[in-house]
Design a protein around this ligand. Structure first.
Ligand SMILES: [Cu+2]
Length: 186
């Protein structure tokens, strides 16, 4: 089962539970029950404690899996990415001039070793673009924004050899739909 399908089933289960709770609450109001303020406040307090514990547990379980790179991890390869209307330039050395960008954006796809921790340093020469890495089958693997004046770092470890298309994920102009690049994992 894919993670998307699991998320859908979880969502449907929680939605069904909520509907059930609302239905029970609605049905319980057909006969009048005298209000008991102290019991209600006790119930509220235990709910607050329970919610706090659930949130703490969720934080404790998910925070160690934060997608942001740890300072101690050193990438095995650094790839410099510059987006520009309407192509991507990928290079092993920094791309600083238009001439360098023209050369790398029109050359053969860059090669990346399989299984290596790669850090993409993504920026733009003109407007905001999106740097979306896809599988050959068209599934989005990872993405970050390409912004002029900023360098966004995206770390990936790709085990499967093959060609990985790169698509722009930000409507950046008239030929946005044609803006693509690629790299090869070997
Ligand atoms: Cu673009």
């Amino acid at each position: 089962m894919t993670v998307q399908l699991k998320a859908l089933y979880l969502f449907l289960a929680i939605a069904a539970l909520l509907i059930l709770v609302f239905a029970l609450a609605a049905l319980s109001t057909t006969s009048s029950i005298p209000a008991n303020a102290s019991a209600a406040s006790r119930l509220r307090k235990s709910f607050a404690i329970l919610l706090g514990l659930v949130l703490l547990a969720a934080l404790g379980l998910t925070l160690p899996n934060t997608p942001y790179p740890r300072q101690a991890d050193v990438p095995e390869k650094v790839v410099f990415v510059v987006a520009k209307q309407f192509a991507f330039g990928l290079s092993e050395t920094p791309i600083t001039t238009e001439e360098q960008w023209e050369a790398v954006s029109s050359s053969a796809p860059l090669e990346i070793p399989a299984g290596a921790l790669v850090e993409f340093r993504v920026t733009s020469f003109d407007v905001n673009h999106g740097f979306g890495v896809y599988t050959a089958g068209g599934r989005l693997l990872a993405q970050t924004q390409a912004m002029p004046g900023y360098v966004n770092r995206l770390r990936l470890r790709l085990d499967r050899p093959g060609k990985y298309p790169v698509l722009c994920l930000e409507l950046c102009g008239m030929q946005h739909h044609e803006m693509r690049g690629a790299f090869v994992v070997r």
